[in-house]
Design a protein around this ligand. Structure first.
Ligand SMILES: Cc1cc2nc3c(=O)[nH]c(=O)nc-3n(C[C@H](O)[C@H](O)[C@H](O)COP(=O)(O)OP(=O)(O)OC[C@H]3O[C@@H](n4cnc5c(N)ncnc54)[C@H](O)[C@@H]3O)c2cc1C
Ligand code: SF4
Length: 350
């Protein structure tokens, strides 16, 4: 077939879609608005990934090399698509660089936006420098500098990780569970305990959702091997007594108020819909679901489809996803795109 398939977004989903398409002999035009490929794990400097334990720069960096070096993959970084028209097998994508490119199909792999903790001001982010996010802790670990209090560089003796920040919170319009943050937080807690054995780590939770096999490997392992403490609580506020941060709330198991001092408080931030989604929906003529993620075709027989035939979707563009699932969905959307070009059928969401 003559036209390439457009893959928009070069994170785990887009890299896997591009590689799968190219491996099947299909030309690919891989476009990413960032200057480098790799998506959130590379752009946000994640450390060791769940569940493989590999460093993000090695695991996802390897995926970048594999896709970008394939002779059938053309990469356009620092660029997006501003117009998209035509019919399956014969679309035209206009790039922000001004280029008009014929493409046979498109796969949207545009991922998510990290929740901005300033939208949860009562939990101290933006007020106290030692209130940080999981992304910041990942960066401390991946930079090799280690976990330190940003205010003065001291080694923390007590760390609290607050789960569900920007997820499962109707008050701020975010009802969804971000799926991976319980497990990522348990992993971070274990890594802090390994790096700083004298540091106590507490995880404040509503419910624990270390789904599937992660329950044993992260939830129980973190308690039984690493002595991470879990507190089922409703948090009221994070303040400071001038020396330490104070987490105030209610222990919802014993129904008593609790006030505990910490050196560092970590927000386990959730996955918001990509801030570009309204623009992406309008450019590609696809529907968004009620929270603003790209709407998936509802049927198992149309996995990877969107509301527009010839336009497919994979990964966290559709809602919170793990890296494993984003990679699998990228491959699956690649297969769906190839199949649609061989025998075009209207695969569409209602
Ligand atoms: C703190 C934190 C830690 C995490 N750790 C793990 C972990 O250890 N294991 C795990 O399984 N999951 C983890 N996750 C989840 C993981 O980040 C996602 O599963 C993964 O990044 C989704 O991949 P993706 O390719 O769908 O999207 P993304 O990684 O978001 O990539 C999307 C790409 O699309 C590009 N893009 C966006 N909009 C446009 C546009 N308009 N035009 C062009 N390009 C665009 C972006 O630049 C980006 O490169 C973590 C999440 C958080 C918040
Ligand atoms: S995975 Fe855990 S921390 Fe993340 S939103 Fe769901 S319950 Fe909350």
């Amino acid at each position: 077939m003559s036209h390439p398939v457009l893959v928009l977004g070069g994170g785990p989903a887009g890299l896997s879609a591009a590689h799968a398409l190219a491996s099947a002999g299909q030309k690919v035009l891989l476009v990413d608005k960032a200057d480098r490929l790799g998506g959130a794990p590379i752009l946000s400097g994640y450390a060791r990934l769940v569940p493989s334990g590999e460093w993000a720069k090695d695991a996802i960096g390897g995926m970048v090399d594999r896709a970008a070096q394939h002779p059938l993959v053309e990469v356009k970084a620092g660029c997006t698509v501003t117009q998209f028209s035509g019919t399956p097998g014969d679309f035209v994508a206009v790039l922000s660089s001004g280029e008009r490119r014929p493409v046979a199909a498109a796969i949207l792999c545009t991922g998510f936006t990290h929740f901005d903790s300033v939208n949860k001001p009562e939990w101290g982010f933006g007020t106290y420098p030692d209130v940080v996010t999981t992304t910041q802790v990942e960066q401390m670990m991946s930079s090799g500098k280690g976990v330190r209090c940003p205010s003065d560089g001291r080694v923390p003796e007590r760390v609290a990780i607050l789960l569900c920040v920007g997820s499962r919170d109707r008050q701020i319009g975010r009802e969804w569970c971000s799926k991976i943050c319980c497990t990522v937080s348990a992993n971070i807690a274990m890594e802090i305990r390994e790096e700083l054995p004298k540091c106590s780590v507490y995880i404040y939770y509503m419910d624990i959702r270390t789904f599937g096999l992660y329950e044993g490997a992260y939830y129980w392992e973190s308690q039984e091997k690493h002595r991470v403490k879990y507190i089922k609580a409703r948090i009221a506020e994070v303040t400071s007594n001038g020396q330490r941060l104070i987490v105030k709330g209610e222990d919802t198991l014993v129904k008593r108020p609790i006030t505990i001092p910490f050196d560092m408080v970590v927000h386990a931030i959730g996955m918001d819909p990509n801030v570009d989604n309204l623009m992406i929906a309008s450019t590609f003529g696809v529907k968004l679901e009620k929270y603003g993620h790209v709407q998936k075709a509802p049927s198992y027989s149309a996995m990877g489809g969107t509301s527009r035939p010839g336009v497919f979707v994979a990964g966290a563009a559709t809602g919170p996803e793990t890296i494993d699932d984003s990679i699998a969905q990228g491959q699956s959307a690649a297969m769906a795109a190839i199949a649609s070009l061989k025998a075009p059928v209207a695969v569409a969401a209602e």
